[in-house]
Design a binder for this molecule. Structure first.
Ligand SMILES: [Zn+2]
Ligand SMILES: [Zn+2]
Length: 338
């Protein structure tokens, strides 16, 4: 099978690998579609530590190719989506109801230190394989994982019906936030610095989402909730949010450091929160919501695995290159079946 391998900073290699073997409680999934995520990009830019030689990728849908002797919940041919946030259920964070912050993650992070989904096949423990509803295409299913991240972070904002919501950054995660918020009728403004992404977001998102260049967003009035997906927390966001409002920091990067005006938190009662990765319940909810959310409307490109260098270039692997795409998927060896 073909696999996209992290060789070194800046170097994604296309390797021929043997189809991996699987254990009694594991499922071999033939990957149909796998999304390129900010994390994959950060790994290749040297901004996120990963094991040299690992197969990249963690957002994937595909078909069960084979199952271990102890697997009962899925069978060969089943269409599935992979939950790549593995947890042990035994450590203190897991026992305290925070499996997303499992203390035994080392060696289990899919596409980081354990082989990921940018390959013809991926091996997944049975309990992290979810059946895809019949109406959900692989193209849509590949966005279930980022949707789960978005649901967890939106929930952390504890939104109310009459909130004005500002989403900062119109990358795939910001656009997904806007798509979900628009679906529930929220008044949402999406602010973005890159003119190419402003144009793309206007084209791809429902007309009810207001997409503005970053410098014009202040004119939209003070938001009650701001979701920062850029990993930079622009300095004006905290000051702009309404009294009693909430700022959720969703994007993160190694170099991400912000100066926080403490007066905004204290005198205006602003909450600054980080939610991190999703819980298993968010993933199950994302699978369910995928029935009705047109997630694939954010997919601008589908390329075969061997063209991953081109796919990454679309996502501005060279930081100054600008963005030519929204969500980019890689299709597995068998092409992108429905
Ligand atoms: Zn991701
Ligand atoms: Zn754990």
């Amino acid at each position: 099978m073909k696999a996209v391998v992290f060789e070194d900073v800046g170097v994604p290699g296309i390797h021929d690998r043997a189809v991996p073997s699987y254990g009694a409680d594991e499922v071999l999934v033939e990957v149909a579609a796998t999304g390129i995520c900010g994390t994959d990009r950060a790994i290749l830019l040297g901004e996120f530590p990963a094991r040299r030689g690992v197969v990249l990728g963690h957002e994937a849908a595909g078909a069960v190719a084979a199952v271990g002797s102890g697997v009962a919940s899925v069978a060969p041919g089943d269409r599935v989506v992979i939950n790549p946030t593995y947890h042990c259920d035994r450590c203190r964070p897991c026992r305290r109801g925070m499996p997303a912050h499992c203390g035994a993650k080392a060696g289990r992070e899919v596409g980081v230190d354990r082989d990921g989904t940018m390959a013809g096949f991926a091996v997944v423990p049975e309990r992290f394989v979810h059946r895809l509803p019949a109406s959900v295409s692989y193209r849509r299913g590949a966005l279930v994982e980022p949707l789960a991240c978005v649901l967890n972070n939106l929930a952390a904002a504890r939104p109310r019906w009459d909130d004005r919501v500002l989403v900062v950054g119109a990358g795939p995660i910001g656009a997904l936030c806007a798509l979900v918020l628009a679906r529930r009728g929220a008044r949402v403004t999406l602010a973005e610095r890159d003119p190419g992404r402003v144009a793309l977001a206007r084209l791809l998102l429902p007309g009810t989402v207001r997409v503005l260049p970053a410098e014009e967003a202040a004119g939209a009035g003070p938001p009650d909730v701001a979701i920062d997906t850029t990993g930079t927390l622009p300095g004006d966001v905290l000051g702009a949010v309404a009294a009693g409002g909430t700022v959720v920091v969703m994007g993160e990067r190694e170099s991400g450091v912000a100066t926080v005006p403490l007066r905004a938190l204290v005198t205006r009662g602003v909450r600054l929160v980080g939610a991190g990765p999703y819980r298993p319940a968010d993933f199950a909810l994302a699978v369910d919501l995928a029935r009705e959310l047109p997630l694939e409307s954010l997919v601008t490109h589908v390329l075969p695995l061997e063209r991953c260098a081109e796919a990454l270039a679309l996502l501005a692997l060279a930081p100054a290159a600008g963005y030519g795409a929204m969500k980019v998927l890689l299709a597995g060896d068998g092409g992108l079946a429905p």
